[in-house]
Design a protein around this ligand. Structure first.
Ligand SMILES: [Zn+2]
Ligand SMILES: [Zn+2]
Length: 142
């Protein structure tokens, strides 16, 4: 293809040859790496690295007790998302679907709440694995 993109259609940033290497292309066209990152990754609440959105909805970290279906509450901890949707909402509120969440463990101490306005967070695949391994190996065991 001789028609090299020269500008990202989303942020209008002029693309240099180094940008072109990390460009993302799909059926809707292309976007620069920064725009792709914004739409397709999230900040892990354990290591702060970018997690892939594909892995985001496998595990849920609940930082503060959060409303669940039928007026119940889900307490802080790490949950495996067993089924979707794991949350529902109406015009005013949203709540978690506890039937679709499996409690894995208490809130690990090394998590950082990334968004004080949102009681839940997500983990990158690496941290999900670390937490699953941590659940299987009791604390103090090597
Ligand atoms: Zn862009
Ligand atoms: Zn992580």
């Amino acid at each position: 293809m001789s028609d090299q993109p020269t500008q990202c259609p989303y942020c209008l940033r002029v693309l240099h040859s180094s940008d072109l290497e990390s460009i993302h292309q799909d059926e809707d066209g292309f976007m620069c790496h920064d725009c792709w990152r914004e739409g397709n990754t999230f900040a892990c609440c354990r290591c702060r690295d970018d997690g892939d959105n594909e892995d985001k909805h496998k595990m849920l970290v609940v930082f503060e007790s959060t409303a669940a279906r039928f007026g119940a509450e889900i307490g802080p901890g790490v949950y495996r998302i067993a089924n979707n949707p794991y949350w529902e909402s109406d015009i005013l509120n949203s709540w978690l679907v506890s039937e679709h969440l499996e409690r894995l463990c208490d809130l690990p101490k090394d998590l950082i709440d990334p968004d004080p306005d949102y009681p839940c967070g997500h983990l990158c695949l690496e941290c999900q694995t670390a937490i699953i391994n941590g659940v299987e190996v009791p604390e103090g065991a090597v």
